[in-house]
Design a protein around this ligand. Structure first.
Ligand code: SAH
Ligand code: TYD
Length: 406
């Protein structure tokens, strides 16, 4: 019997996406035989409302010295994190000599904006290769997983912090109770927590079910986050919807009673009720929509291939692992996936083993169709691929439903 990671209530999966490899497990041919798989099943907790994976691979399997996701590969995300940092500086760093801690700080995409202003900062990043990039750029970073113990160490060595930040990392951590106890140790009495992650409401509304993969052990909503932090005497004081990753939510949290709570919190909670995020039926319906979305996508791909057209994948994202393996996309459909990340190039996609090739190969021989796996970067990508479109190239997208963009 499986128990909710947040409140220990019995949970049952509402969907299984089947056997899945690690979403960032790009591999070489000699590693095919030993590839790791687990069953990607998702459950909704009827008590606290948290949507979560029923099984998750060990953290060291996912986050290690070969982590292939470098935050800095998207220019728009660089702008997004600059704005995030400016918001923190302007609205939440009023003390004399502020200290900021970011977990999952990756290559330093956000912390560099604190460093440049001489603000004390510390990144906590367990994946050694990405942490090294930050360190080489002079960003203070320690290579370890954040939890209660780690918080104690930071306070001993650096003192308490004014802000605890995280982007696309809190939803990766199954032991959130330890993280929140750590936050309480780490933060000054008036310190704030600000983090953002893909938002359950958007996943349901936009059918971006590819946000479900091994690293994302949780899909948060305002109500599930409120429940979780209240268990520890903290309260959500603001929420700010974001466009990133197909729809995310930023949460601002502090010790109870210190700050006014923005109206936006109750407004968003009302929206979640109206959407039925607290009802099991919503998730049963979501499962049907996933199956429907898969069938439509496969008919479209098969139709295009019947016409003898070439399809190339655009961006070897981690979320494409769910789409590719759940829908049954193979090299019969997609010739290769083009990606700008050097460590992914020359390898094969997890599970389906579609070759990942340098972006230059896409440019050198445009396909008839580019399958846009990084739809969350559509604006940036469309702007730079004018030539592809002028030469008759078309895009295939799958969210909210499979279609060809002419
Ligand atoms: N914040 C960046 C990176 C997100 S990827 C961005 O939004 O682009 C998630 C990162 O969290 C990875 O670099 C991973 O190594 C890190 N991570 C995973 N578990 C962690 C933990 N317990 N503590 C700190 N970082 C963690
Ligand atoms: P992202 O959607 O951030 O990935 P994930 O699903 O893993 O969170 O996309 C990052 C990947 O997309 C990365 O491998 C680089 C690739 N990419 C390109 O190849 N070209 C581009 O123009 C962009 C923006 C990303």
């Amino acid at each position: 019997m499986k128990k909710c990671l947040i409140c220990n209530t019995r949970i049952d999966p509402f969907i299984s996406f089947g056997k899945m490899p690690l979403a960032n497990g790009f591999l070489t041919q000699d590693q095919f035989a030993d590839e790791y798989f687990f069953e990607l099943k998702v459950a909704f907790c009827p008590n606290c409302g948290m949507v979560q994976l029923v099984e998750q691979p060990d953290r060291e399997k996912m986050f290690n010295k070969n982590y292939p996701f470098f935050s800095g590969t998207s220019k728009l995300m660089a702008v997004h994190f600059e704005e995030f940092a400016e918001h923190v500086k302007k609205d939440y760093l009023s003390s004399q000599d502020p200290f900021v801690v970011e977990i999952g700080s990756n290559d330093g995409i956000m912390l560099r904006h604190f460093k440049k202003d001489g603000i004390s900062h510390l990144g906590i990043e367990p994946s050694e290769n990405v942490a090294r990039v930050a360190i080489e750029n002079g960003i203070n970073t320690i290579c370890r997983f954040f939890d209660e113990d780690c918080a104690r160490r930071i306070v001993q060595e650096h003192g308490q912090a004014d802000a605890f930040l995280g982007a696309n990392v809190m939803c990766h951590i199954p032991y959130l109770h330890s993280v929140i106890e750590g936050i309480k140790i780490l933060l000054k009495p008036k310190g704030i927590v600000m983090f953002e992650d893909p938002y359950m409401g958007d996943v349901i509304e936009k059918m971006t079910y590819d946000q479900i993969y091994d690293e994302h052990v949780f899909l948060f909503s305002v109500s599930s986050i409120k429940y979780l932090f209240e268990q520890h005497g903290l309260e959500v004081i603001d929420v700010e919807p974001q466009e990133t990753h197909g729809g995310s939510m930023r949460y601002v949290i502090a010790r109870k009673g210190i700050y006014l709570v923005s109206k936006r919190v109750s407004v968003q909670l009302g929206k979640e009720k109206a959407m039925g995020l607290d009802k099991p039926e919503t998730y049963a319906n979501f499962r049907k929509n996933c199956e429907d979305s898969r069938d439509k996508l496969m008919s479209l791909l098969n139709e295009v291939k019947k016409q003898g057209k070439r399809i190339v994948g655009y961006a070897a994202t981690s979320k494409s692992t769910t789409i590719i393996n759940y829908c049954g996309i193979t090299t019969d459909h997609i010739e290769f996936i083009s990606d700008t990340t050097p460590v992914k190039q020359g390898k094969f996609s997890p599970g389906a083993h579609i070759p990942v090739r340098p972006y230059e190969e896409f440019l050198a021989n445009y396909p008839d169709y580019a399958f846009l796996f990084a739809y969350n970067h559509a604006k940036e990508i469309m702007a730079k691929e004018q030539k592809f479109m002028e030469s008759g190239g078309k895009w295939i997208v799958y969210a909210p439903k499979a279609k060809v963009l002419e």
